[in-house]
Design a protein around this ligand. Structure first.
Ligand code: PLP
Length: 227
């Protein structure tokens, strides 16, 4: 089942698009199943769960943090995290820089941009991000690799709406790449697209998709109700 789901997705996406298997709420055994098929790139949205899984699973897994990250929790993932998708404030950048220094490494980060209509989604607005970049402050973060942008579209059936949102993020990505990173190959990742909208995201230029339920099936959050 899992293998079938996985191969179906792999076959349906272009080679330049990287797949983050979003394993949140799923057991280490399930992750191991995918690992045994050769997959190495996994995404989690909670620090505690991420750290616990990192401890019991193979060292060569690349762990991506995709959920909202509180500054006081950066220290737990800084030693090993392969990429943080959800950088949504300057304060968080400050803390990631500090923890990266402590661990004597650089941490690849994506700046999360708020593109959805929903108020609940985290991220910089386009205006905030343009202002931040033009102030030049970003250059002081010597241990952060500015690797690109991440965004989530509105949760809606309206595909045109989704497409518009992804398109605006893609434009912003290319604009920043040209204006600030033209000498620098590292700003190269546009993380957008989930189970319900990854095809549109790829059409609009995504090169990293984050897929959970299409691989692992529906998530079971126990008896907690989730929105
Ligand atoms: C849960 C989650 C995903 C994956 O969602 P699915 O709909 O299960 O594919 C992708 N991105 C983020 C930020 C998530 O929290």
């Amino acid at each position: 089942m899992l293998a079938e789901n996985y191969h179906t997705i792999i076959k349906s996406i272009p080679q330049h698009v990287r797949l983050v298997a979003v394993s949140k709420t799923h057991s280490p055994e399930k992750i191991r199943e995918l690992y045994q098929l050769g997959h190495r790139l996994f995404g989690e949205n909670k620090v505690q769960e991420l750290v616990a899984k990192h401890q019991v699973l193979p060292e060569d897994i690349q762990w991506h943090m995709i959920g909202h990250l509180q500054t006081n929790k950066v220290k737990y993932i800084a030693p090993f995290i392969a990429m943080i998708h959800s950088v949504d404030s300057v304060k968080l950048l400050d803390v990631i820089e500090k923890e990266a220094v402590k661990n004597n490494r650089s941490i690849p980060c994506l700046l999360q941009v708020h593109i959805a209509r929903e108020e609940t989604k985290f991220g910089f607005s386009e205006e905030e991000l343009l202002a931040f970049m033009s102030r030049g402050e970003w250059q002081k973060y010597k241990h952060i690799v500015f690797a690109g942008l991440m965004g989530m579209a509105t949760f809606t059936e309206d595909n045109d709406q989704i497409r518009r949102e992804f398109r605006s993020l893609s434009r912003l990505f290319h604009r920043l790449k040209e204006e600030y990173f033209s000498q620098n190959e590292t700003f190269n990742t546009l993380s957008m697209g989930m189970s319900n909208d990854f095809q549109i995201a790829i059409e609009e230029g995504s090169n990293m998709i984050r897929i959970g339920s299409l691989i692992f099936g529906e998530r079971n959050y126990g008896n907690k109700s989730v929105g």
